[in-house]
Design a protein around this ligand. Sequence first.
Ligand code: HEM
Length: 207
Amino acid sequence: MVFVVCLGPAAWLVWRGVNQNLTADPIKYITHFTGDWILRFLIITLAITPLRKILHVPQLIRFRRMFGLFAFFYAFLHFSTWIGLDQTFDLTGMWQDVIKRPFITVGFTAFVLLIPLAITSTAGWIRRLGGKRWQMLHRLIYATAVLGVIHFYWSVKSDVRKPLEYAFLVALLLAWRIGSWLMARRKGMVPRTTARQEPRTAESVQR
Ligand code: HEM
């Protein structure tokens, strides 16, 4: 059910496309729509750990990987819109855009950082890398979220309210993590994963 709900925004986009209802500037509309959903899914993914701890609902962890992969899915659509519709597969134009427009450089970096996370999201990769290394790698999601917000902030011309709202949420989630890490350290509770205890699924790796 959660999977189908997460597909909702994409289905909505397809529906509007089929009905030729993507506004006067469809490329801009699709780019903005998918961009918004990447950030929403990144924030939902980052919110899982605080929510399950605050609300005492450990089962929420089951959905974290799916939300993360949906962030990647919408990022892929966003990136593909830029490659196919905006740049019409013009490699030189793409390269010029990446190096000349700082907000594209930052967005591109954020997307590239998401790729290893999507690839290594399987149980097989967790076993191969080991829980600790896997967890370290998957901390890249924080960098992606911060870069995604900067990318959005730099892309808007005047009204910065929406990027600032996202920035506030990302900052809050990062502050929560830093706070709980500092508290655990003070109590001497920072978990140490040994080779024997290494988690075998994305769901069992705590972040
Ligand atoms: C994880 C990575 C990324 C995130 C989180 C992200 C997020 C966003 C957001 C939220 C917006 C604005 C949506 C709105 O106005 O409501 C946006 C716009 C845009 N993004 Fe991204 N983006 C990412 C990666 C990329 C990449 C890789 C490219 C292309 C190389 C790209 C190109 C653009 C463009 C061209 C716009 C439209 C700017 C405008 O019309 O002024 N983004 N992105």
